[in-house]
Ligand binder design. Sequence first.
Ligand code: GAL
Length: 441
Amino acid sequence: MTGRTRLLRILAPAIGLMLVVACTTTPPAGSPTPGATGVASPPATPVAGGEVEIFSWWTAGGEADGLNAMFGVFESEYPQYELVNAAVAGGAGTNARAVLATRLQQNDPPESWQGHAGQELIGTYVAADQLEPLNFLFEEEGWMDVMPEALIPQISHDGNIYSVPVNIHRANVMWFIPAKLTEWDVQAPTTWDEFLATAETLREAGVTPLAMGEQWTSLHLLETVLLGELGADGYAALWDGSSDWSSAEVTSALETFDQVLGYTNADSSTLSWDAAAQLVVDGEAAFTIMGDWAEGYFVSKDMDPGAGDFGWAPAPGSVGVFQWLSDSFVLPKGAGNREGALAWLRVAGSKAGQDAFNPVKGSIPARSDGDRSLYDAYLQSAMDDWARDDLAGSLTHGVVASDAWKSEIDTALGLFLGDRDVAAFQTALVDACASAGACGE
Ligand code: GAL
């Protein structure tokens, strides 16, 4: 008897049992309904089911609609499960991620949560051993053939893949209403110098040049100013330790950031990102710089980018650079309903799921085979840019820095928003890089 035959003999009873179980669970979506041929159905057998809790922070116009659209796909493909939407309001996950951290500490994970590809995923959840690898699912679903090559390292550690990317968002976008710019006789600026000149004209006309919201949106603005002033290579070098945060170029970029902040709305700290975007819609502010979930927001207000209801341009200084981030879903260790969690991940990674979600969310599919005809004029332009632009990762949305590093930058930014001391800010940023271990001690 060969070793293999012996193994089969030993495993035979177990394999038999597995076959019985396999034959009595719910057939995959699209399989013929048992009994549909007129043959008497076997007695009802237990099927996989139960609650599937999905955790995110998608509650604003566009993002909530996108999530609901993907829920619709899940519900039609897996009617045996009951979805629980555990979204916690607060853009960029500022509140949600704190709630999630507490739940994880208490060993009470939802079936799946939204985590950003990059350092947020790897440096936090993978480092804390909270996730199951998903290589088997990528193989089963053929995702290695359709997910962008550039994305795989951002969701992998030691050869294991840890999340299912559902989209690609662009962070460095400046939004405006073309008719308003015509009325005010200004154009979308292409550099930060041009922005400062345009902002002065707008201020004289009594218009807020740049709408901004609560603190994370100023971190978002900071990353776009750093990108615009340092260029894609200079920006990348900040995160891989190859350049010095104390350089004259960084000083100059921070001075620009300081000047730009001088043209934002006075009530920014009290506004959410979508309330800031609404200032642009209402004609109170000329521009806002925000990721393209803002496009989902504008569309949710019945504005059509194809008809010119709103316009967009790369944030100043970043033409030809796509500052990206990716929303992705994970499989926690100890998920209460692992089968339900896997069903959700199958939908999140599927063409049907992504083509339902992204046209409404304001993002492009992570998959390369999305149906372009479902995407509006802005999103088609984002697809083209993603394919040809240089890439830079977002800080605010988890790509380039660990949570610990980002949080130290955010603390320094909070102080800077109060004292506007560029030199002290830069020193704190130098220190943050050192304590993150990225720039030496
Ligand atoms: C980002 C997230 C986006 C969008 C945005 C505003 O962090 O990746 O999907 O939700 O926050 O809430």
